[in-house]
Design a protein around this ligand. Structure first.
Ligand SMILES: [Zn+2]
Length: 742
């Protein structure tokens, strides 16, 4: 994005109109999230130096909401305890202008102090008994009250008129979450007017009023998004955007009624508030989330992400430093997924000064290589289908088990196999599947008829399909259908029953309910169970392609839930179910029913595309249990159903996450090294190099004279063309590497 001619207008704002608007050009942000003590200790000169050191182009400055950092004319707008008559917000904005930085005014609008509640008791959320909802000593404002319709727009106008920020971003903008129903007079009246019925009295997903309440809540948040944007644009001009911050986790967005698809349809930029990894989701969730959001928003737009320099996570240390490798790997996964860095400190003064060292090398590398990090499109042939309504209406109160674990299991298996993939929204299958060889439905239970029709069209066009578990068995409200809507594609019909359990807690030595296996079907295996008689273990080599690598076993561990289905068309059943048998005492651990006719995997090629249906929830099992057999089986199924159409092959040791892009006649490959004892237990302590890696990239633009360079080790690397593939040797990868082949 390079250097630009930035001038300053009379109000001090950056006003050069020949360049792209701020939301298309500011790619590095910083945020010193002020505490109420900071008005008396904020060191302007020190922070200016830090802005310069870290090469940021924009700052996010606390303005108002719960706490005001300027002398607001609104008497109920609570001033920071140590603010006095100072305008700390205005002072920081002025400094930012002198440094040529863009400014986003930060708000936090979801709660207020007791004095506010006493003066406007009808603006606050209440439970069924009329008791106000409180968080600590603050009161939760109701999204359906004049607090959101009148008061907040007034605050936005005041901030914009005082300081002319580029825009406003709000930390916690969407009010009370799904776990609390507000029964205030405003909510009662508005819900009745919108739906003709009373507010639900309990959480009940089968209840029509409860479902209407969910939909009504989502709609109100989008309405607030639009009201706030009208306000900021009216006060500050067409580029003065209002941006609620959003989460890096779909289930969390559901709980807060934030419809990612609807938000991205109206947003010019997404301010992503996803500050740290969780041990269960891994660093890779950041790269995946970048791709998911860009899939909704468009790849030409930006997704800056608040990255905690402090000890965010479990436990949290607001004024302690996050271990540097932990912060670094989160940021690098973000870069790989098209996310822009935004450092975030809590408070303006720190005794643990190590956190000030974290951003500089990351942000400097980002600046030096930004020509390769934007204006590019992802290259992948595998689409992982998702939708937020599925998380709501199929996932309900068990979204982790029903939705997140299967999806994570597939994603992790793809990562492990170095197979590039993209999250594809179920409403965008027709639009986004043009370059895809395969769609995956990871237990995507809730699907509309139209979404199912799009999947069918994809397969009719020759696309492959891998579906698992209850995919398409429920409609968009989460009501069960009499059969899979995609039963014809799967070549099975549902029985309405299942074996085993999706719940990890069901495992126990005494109950042995999860001591189950999958049997490689007798006609597809060489021998029967029993002792090997030869000196060497028997290896079967003539099995189906989806069983590659399993030549020395006739069974696979399972321990999951299996949908009982009937095969209805011409199909192969390479795996069947072995029912549970005792674990303990060991004398009893022998198979009572070594074989069964219960299908675990059904393959068919009746249509143009290959279809694999996994009745066994191998995706959820891998997400939960991390068994290599499950990941290998998933990768085999992907390669088979995609007819081998995978544009990347990487050989070499280690757990590495590969993100591939195309940009103006060149390919850009991010390799993120997740090989560490700390990968599945935050925080990571040290980085462990892997290599050499042999990378093969399908490169239709490739010709003799192809060159490759590495953007991290900063050297040219060996590359040669082999029948349409560029073959690159990467000697070693410490934290990450980016290879550019042109
Ligand atoms: Zn209310």
């Amino acid at each position: 994005m390079g250097k630009r001619n930035q001038g300053q207008g009379e109000d001090g704002a950056v006003t050069d109109t020949t360049i792209a608007p701020w939301y298309r050009r500011v790619v590095r942000w910083g945020q010193t999230n002020l505490t109420e003590l900071d008005p008396i200790r904020y060191d302007d000169q020190w922070w200016r130096q830090h802005w310069r050191r870290t090469r940021i182009q924009g700052v996010i400055v606390n303005a108002g909401g719960i706490v005001a950092y300027y002398p607001s004319a609104h008497p109920l707008h609570h001033r920071a305890e140590f603010l006095g008559d100072r305008d700390l917000y205005g002072d920081i904005v002025a400094a930012a202008r002198e440094e040529g930085l863009a400014v986003l005014a930060r708000m936090d609008s979801n709660r207020a102090h007791e004095r506010f509640f006493i003066e406007h008791p009808d603006w606050f959320a209440r439970d069924m008994t009329g008791t106000p909802y409180r968080e600590g000593d603050l009161y939760v404002s109701c999204v359906n009250s004049p607090y959101y319709d009148d008061y907040l727009p007034g605050i936005l106008r005041e901030i914009i008129e005082r300081s002319h920020p580029e825009g406003v971003t709000d930390n916690s903008w969407s009010g009370l979450d799904r776990n609390h129903i507000c029964y205030c007079a405003n909510c009662r009246r508005r819900f009745q007017a919108a739906t003709g019925t009373h507010l639900p009295t309990t959480k009940d997903w089968e209840n029509t009023a409860y479902r209407q309440w969910i939909v009504w809540n989502y709609a109100r948040r989008i309405e607030i998004w639009d009201i706030n944007n009208r306000t900021t644009k009216q006060a500050g001009g067409p580029d003065c955007l209002w941006l609620g911050m959003n989460s890096g986790d779909i289930a969390a967005q559901c709980v807060r009624f934030r419809d990612y698809k609807a938000i991205c349809e109206r947003a010019d930029i997404v301010m992503l508030d996803s500050q740290a990894r969780s041990t269960t989701r891994g660093f890779q969730s950041n790269g995946e989330m970048g791709k998911l959001i860009h899939g909704l928003l468009g790849w030409e737009k930006l997704v800056p992400e608040s990255m905690a320099m402090y000890g965010a996570g479990q436990p949290t240390f607001r004024v302690g430093s996050k271990p540097e490798p932990e912060a670094r790997m989160w940021a690098l996964e973000g870069f790989a997924g098209g996310i822009q860095p935004w450092w975030h400190h809590i408070g303006a003064y720190h005794e643990d000064r190590r956190q000030y060292r974290t951003a500089e090398p990351l942000f400097s590398w980002h600046e030096a290589n930004e020509q390769f990090l934007f204006n590019r499109t992802p290259v992948a042939t595998v689409g992982l289908v998702w939708s937020q309504p599925n998380t709501d209406f199929y996932g309900r109160d068990a979204a982790e088990e029903r939705v997140s674990l299967p999806e994570r299991g597939v994603a992790q298996a793809l990562l492990r196999a170095r197979i590039p993939y993209l999250p594809i929204h179920a409403d965008h299958i027709d639009r986004d599947s043009g370059d895809l060889a395969l769609l995956i439905l990871p237990n995507l239970g809730s699907m509309s008829d139209e979404q199912c029709a799009a999947v069918r069209r994809f397969v009719e066009r020759g696309g492959g399909l891998l579906a698992t578990g209850e995919s398409s068995l429920y409609n968009e409200w989460g009501d069960v259908r009499s059969d899979f809507a995609l039963a014809d594609l799967f070549s099975v019909s549902a029985s309405g029953t299942y074996h085993g359990s999706s719940n990890a807690a069901a495992a126990s030595w005494e109950t042995w309910g999860k001591h189950t296996y999958l049997r490689i079907s007798p006609e597809l295996r060489a021998g029967v169970y029993g002792p090997q008689t030869g000196a060497e273990p028997e290896v079967t080599t003539d099995r189906h392609a989806v069983l590659v690598g399993f030549g020395e076993t006739d069974i696979l561990p399972f321990a999951g839930r299996l949908e009982v289905v009937r095969v209805t068309g011409a199909a192969e059943v390479p795996l069947t179910y072995v029912p549970p048998f005792p674990i303990y005492p060991p004398e009893t651990a022998w198979m009572r029913y070594p074989t069964s006719d219960v299908p675990a995997l059904v393959l068919n090629e009746q249509r143009s595309g290959r279809v694999a249906y996994l009745a066994a929830d191998i995706d959820r099992c891998f997400g939960r249990d991390n068994l290599p057999d499950h990941a290998d089986l998933l990768a085999n199924l992907v390669r088979w159903a995609a007819h081998g159409r995978i544009p990347l092959r990487v050989e070499g040791p280690g757990l590495i996450d590969c993100h591939l892009y195309h940009q103006q006649g060149r390919l850009i490959l991010h390799i993120v090294n997740l090989t560490s004892a700390g990968t599945w237990r935050a925080p990571i302590h040290e980085l462990i190099p892997v290599g050499p890696l042999t990378v093969r990239l399908q490169f239709s633009d490739g010709k003799e004279g192809v060159t490759a360079r590495s953007l991290v080790s900063s050297s040219n690397v060996d590359v040669r063309m082999e029948a349409g593939w560029a073959v690159v040797t990467v000697p070693s990868v410490m934290d990450h590497e980016v290879i550019v082949v042109s």
